[in-house]
Design a protein around this ligand. Sequence first.
Ligand SMILES: Cc1ncc(COP(=O)(O)O)c(C=O)c1O
Length: 476
Amino acid sequence: MKLYEQVANQVKERIDLGYYKTGDKLPSVRGLSQEHGVSISTVQEAYGLLIDDAVVEARPKSGYYVLQQQQPPELPAVSSPAPKPLVVAQWQKLQHMIGEYGRQDLVKLSLALPDMESPTLQPLTRLISQISRQETQRIFNYEFATGSVELCHQIARLAIDSGSRLNPDEIIITSGCQEALSCSLRAVTEPGDIVVVDSPSFFGSVQAIKINGVKALEIPTHPETGISLDALEMALEQWPIKACLLTPTNNNPLGYTMPDENKIRLLELLSHYDIPLIEDDIYGDLSYHLPRPRTIRSFDTEGRVMLCSSFSKTLVPGLRVGWVAPGRYYEHVKMTKYLTSLSTSTLSQPVVSEFIAQGYYEKHLRRMRKNYLRDRDTMIGLLKRYLPDGTRISYPQGGYLLWVELPGHVDTNELNTLARAQGISIAPGTLFSASGKYKNCMRICCVNSDSPEIEPAIARLGELCHELLAGSLLPE
Ligand SMILES: Cc1ncc(COP(=O)(O)O)c(C=O)c1O
């Protein structure tokens, strides 16, 4: 840990222990520098980190003050999915939601879209036009099936932050993370096989399981620590499981991040039963606090983990740049990728590669982490204010998605139909399960939750929930 991180941690500890309360003035830069025997600039960096983490604010000509902290909400219950493999349903409902991508007339709380208007994305536009002009012949051609060498190099460099030592030639560039997940699944399963997933689970993974003719075995999942490893162990003893597919860091939709000890134990279990793990790390770089959590891949010494990610959530989804480091399954994934789409967009790859190489990616992430943390807290505040008592909300430590569990028998499919008629969309909980569980849950995207249209939308959702709740309490 760097010196300024140590100083920041100590200040944060004093706030957590209640020595400094909301609005209190914190020790001066000079005072802290003398106390810790570090330079003024180290203390300034420490305060910078605490400002990024929305713990502290700087008041001009006055000093540093403790910011109001959002109290963690009451968390959703640990899930209890069906203890048997299921054929995946829900495709019709998902199609309905995918149809919303281009709609301008909806407040789209349903979609997991990043902030695409941040000024830190501007270099992307410049790079797109510069590369299209200067490298016409290159971008008109196919790229290697495994992707641009420069981009693989940049991805390997970034992976160091998640504890992984990847070699650029272990990486295959894909059209988004969805293709990385699909190719990985296809490489290690056959129709009829069983794959373990968390529950609730990202609908793209669940549908990739469906399209590959595989069955999903959903494992009980804790909203903070992820899948129950005891339940997984029992499932491994009972069923001929062929793979495990998880988003263990800043999970979509439940928001959990598995602690390192769980990540290690999971890997030991999978190693014991000789099962590959498809690790989706698409939100990993959006962790609010640094250092970001390690990937499970970073603990893997056997090439068992197929690490998948993309720039769809950190930058923009439209460039369709994703990747997979498939470990010992490399050749199989490479063939699957080639047979699925030959290669990934030749223009998008140098654009992303240059964006990273020129330092824009890190700058953009710094801003986004801070904004998404603020967005999370703003949205939790709104949900607590407007949704019925007894609502439970996830408390992710990264990304921009919240899982909301409503009280009583509120059916979020019904809620969505009513809300859409009023220009608001949510992602109903049933999309996130192979069997259509989680009727009383929904996923909410909280990007830019302080924009003017959001509070009225949440207030309206709240009214609809109260009406549905009242209706559901009426005798049949
Ligand atoms: C957890 C997770 N994995 C994969 C994807 C697909 O990502 P991409 O757009 O890069 O294909 C998404 C998109 O929502 C996601 O949330």
